[in-house]
Design a protein around this ligand. Structure first.
Ligand SMILES: *[C@@H]1O[C@H](CO)[C@@H](O)[C@H](O)[C@H]1NC(C)=O
Ligand SMILES: *[C@@H]1O[C@H](CO)[C@@H](O)[C@H](O)[C@H]1NC(C)=O
Ligand SMILES: *[C@@H]1O[C@H](CO)[C@@H](O)[C@H](O)[C@H]1NC(C)=O
Ligand SMILES: *[C@@H]1O[C@H](CO)[C@@H](O)[C@H](O)[C@H]1NC(C)=O
Ligand SMILES: *[C@@H]1O[C@H](CO)[C@@H](O)[C@H](O)[C@H]1NC(C)=O
Length: 628
């Protein structure tokens, strides 16, 4: 009996593997199959098959067409003359995205192409501004297949006239079970971005919606042994400034002082794990009467600091607790600075924190759950493996405070290790701020810095690098254009083509620090209006890009089909959802399979196909009403 059962089991396992292989269809050597057949022996050959091998790498170093930075002139509110739009597609999968076909009507340029593994492409959609064209009819479609898999997706460019946002980009991943979304094109020359990671073997994840809040826990097996220095995470600049609360009397306005659209709870949900928190005490005329607030000022030690306050510390405490109770298992850093008092009318310079104020501040932090007390201070945190933090608090992870006590006087405590509050020096970071006024020089500067760190053995210049992907325009320009517009239109989208094409398995920063995380359209801060580019990018860099660096990761990339059948189970981080999100906020969770917004019924006379053919009469669209 026994041997027969074992044989059947083996046969089943091998069949499963072959089925998986057929659907993934990655290049495979016969030795993979031999290894698969040897299943059950569990000896060193199998162990070797589960390790990272440089010969398994899929990352492409193909040169991509150069992209274009958004013209800052196009940010002026009344300049809508440019016909140009961009659609950036980021491929963090082991499969090539292949342009299958494209067609367009009334487009001066409709330029699409393949996106190899690990690369990004800024595609160009130039709506004609030719006199006589009826813009209502302008549209186009680009069809992609995902090499070696059954995956396909379609991007549509179309119009919605009249409307404040007349151009739309529809990303249709319905045939992959990942839904469709109609994006507003924010402004001429401002890209709409799609990030895809995962694999046929692992399951795909795309940036149309946010997945589970605890993304680190979802990829625990992949990152648990990596030191923090070998993990990538989103971060936020001036994190608590998601509102202007006016607790000090100053001129800081929404345009020039607010840096985020989401509170700390929602920033955590969209993936941020590194927070730049600037805390002051705000004192009434009786200075013993004070409360703790986030602030953003030009110089907290000036006689008359200029800026404003944001969230209260009390709100932040409850937001952190809400997040970690709903999403256990993460590593969350708050790097805290300022730590001085300002008068409500901020004249006469700062009020230095004494022991009483500092201890009062610590007592507020003690209300935060999942702090990690008494960590080993003999080891710099960036050198500890992720599991060292993620396993704490019974697997609920760590909320870690790093205090920059530069403003604290001698004798005032700068840390409280027993409370999980550490001195900033406990973790060496390179916090690289370009301090440049426009996007392109900032981007080039940030890229130059991370390109200088080659993450290979023996890691001679390895460091925990914070890339501040944000510009610092002067006060006049910032007030005129607003920090929000500067962040979400020219600046954040450039990370996904300029930034990504300058990353590789050996070159990347650890923190991608941004203003207005998650926001893609001005003042659209509701959950369904956000977009998951940075969330998906962070997962994809850890899961795909860093896993292809065998000096960083000993184990075989989780995105490749298992070399042994023992670990072939598909995982999936995204929730199963195949609905449609319309730009007006309407969501259809279970649309009819043949509903594809933006697909036209009639291809007009003059429609251009990418093989050069041009329609000479109106023609019914054979794809209209089809399922895919
Ligand atoms: C391990 O597997 C290899 C290849 O199948 C085989 O040659 C070897 O004898 C095995 N070793 C042990 C200890 O089972
Ligand atoms: C408007 O945008 C176009 C195209 O980007 C640009 O050439 C032009 O200089 C802009 N005009 C103004 C007034 O900003
Ligand atoms: C960031 O890097 C640039 C380029 O190397 C350098 O000029 C600048 O001083 C750095 N800034 C910080 C804060 O490290
Ligand atoms: C939102 O847009 C969809 C598709 O264009 C439309 O069917 C729906 O009626 C709109 N909903 C609202 C509230 O305007
Ligand atoms: C298609 O458009 C061309 C160019 O405008 C025109 O010459 C031709 O007559 C049109 N064909 C039909 C069938 O209308």
């Amino acid at each position: 009996m026994k041997p027969v059962r074992l044989l059947l089991f083996l046969a089943g396992a091998v069949n499963l593997y072959l089925a998986d292989a057929a659907s993934d269809a990655l290049p495979k050597s016969p030795s993979h199959v031999r290894r698969a057949v040897s299943f059950g022996k569990r000896n060193s050959t199998n162990v070797a098959a589960a390790t990272c091998s440089p010969s398994d790498a899929t990352y492409s170093s193909e040169t991509m067409p150069a992209g274009s930075y958004t013209d800052w002139g196009a940010l002026g509110l009344d300049n809508l003359t440019s016909g140009r739009q961009y659609v950036t597609i980021v491929n963090l999968t082991p499969h090539r995205f292949r342009l299958e076909r494209a067609h367009s009507y009334q487009m001066d340029t409709f330029n699409w192409g393949d996106i190899p593994s690990g690369r990004s492409r800024q595609n160009i959609v130039h709506y004609t501004t030719r006199a006589g064209a009826n813009p209502v009819d302008t549209n186009g479609e680009a069809y992609y297949t995902i090499d070696g898999t059954s995956g396909r997706f379609v991007i549509r460019a179309t119009t919605h006239i009249p409307d404040r946002y007349p151009r739309r980009t529809i990303i249709d991943l319905s045939s992959m079970g990942l839904g469709q979304r109609e994006y507003l094109d924010p402004r001429p020359e401002v890209p709409v971005t799609l990030v895809i990671t995962g694999s046929a073997h692992h399951g795909f994840i795309a940036s149309l919606t946010h997945g589970p809040g605890n993304w680190m826990r979802q990829i625990y097996d992949t990152i648990k042994d990596r030191p923090l220095q070998h993990i990538v995470m989103p971060g936020t600049h001036d994190s608590g400034m998601s509102t202007i609360s006016g607790k000090i009397v100053s001129i800081g306005s929404e345009e020039n002082t607010q840096t985020q659209g989401l509170n700390i709870y929602d920033q955590l949900r969209v993936g941020a794990r590194w927070f730049d928190l600037r805390i002051i005490s705000v004192h009434q005329s009786n200075t013993a009467d004070y409360d703790f607030w986030v602030a953003h000022v030009n110089d907290e030690n000036a006689d008359v600091p200029v800026g404003n306050t944001g969230e209260s510390l009390a709100d932040i405490v409850s937001e952190i607790n809400r997040f970690t109770s709903e999403n256990p298992g993460e590593i969350i850093f708050f790097r805290v600075r300022y730590l001085v008092g300002l008068r409500r009318v901020p004249l006469g310079g700062p009020i230095d924190w004494d022991n009483a104020i500092t201890n009062n501040f610590f007592s507020k932090l003690r209300a935060i759950n999942n702090r990690c007390a008494n960590l080993d201070t003999s080891v710099q945190f960036q050198r500890q493996p992720a599991s060292y933090f993620m396993d704490r608090n019974n697997g609920a992870g760590c909320v870690i405070f790093l205090l920059d006590g530069g403003n604290l006087q001698n004798g005032v405590p700068r840390a409280s290790v027993a409370d999980g509050i550490y001195a900033a020096g406990q973790m060496s970071v390179h916090d690289n701020w370009s301090n440049l006024p426009t996007t392109q020089p900032m981007a080039e500067n940030q890229i130059q810095v991370w390109s200088g760190i080659n993450r290979v053995e023996p890691f001679t210049n390895d460091e925990f690098l914070i890339s501040q992907w944000l510009v610092s325009a002067d006060a006049l320009q910032t007030t005129a254009l607003s920090i929000q517009n500067i962040a979400i239109m020219p600046t954040n989208p450039s990370l996904y083509w300029a930034g990504i094409n300058a990353m590789s398995p050996t070159n990347w920063p650890n923190v991608l620090l941004v203003d207005y995380i998650g926001v893609v359209i001005p003042d659209q801060f509701a959950w369904n209006q956000l977009s998951a580019e940075l969330y998906t990018l962070a997962i994809g860099l850890n899961l795909y890009m860093l896993s292809e660096n065998c000096d960083v990761s000993d184990q075989r990339s989780p995105l490749l089909p298992a070399a042994t059948v023992t670990s072939g189970a598909k995982r999936r981080i995204s929730r199963p959802w195949n609905g449609i999100i319309f730009a007006n906020g309407t969501v259809i969770d279970s649309p009819p399979q043949n509903l594809h917004p933006g697909r036209v019924e009639v291809l007009k006379n003059g429609t251009v196909f990418d093989d050069g053919t041009v329609l000479e009469e109106d023609t019914l669209n054979p794809d209209f009403g089809s399922v895919v």
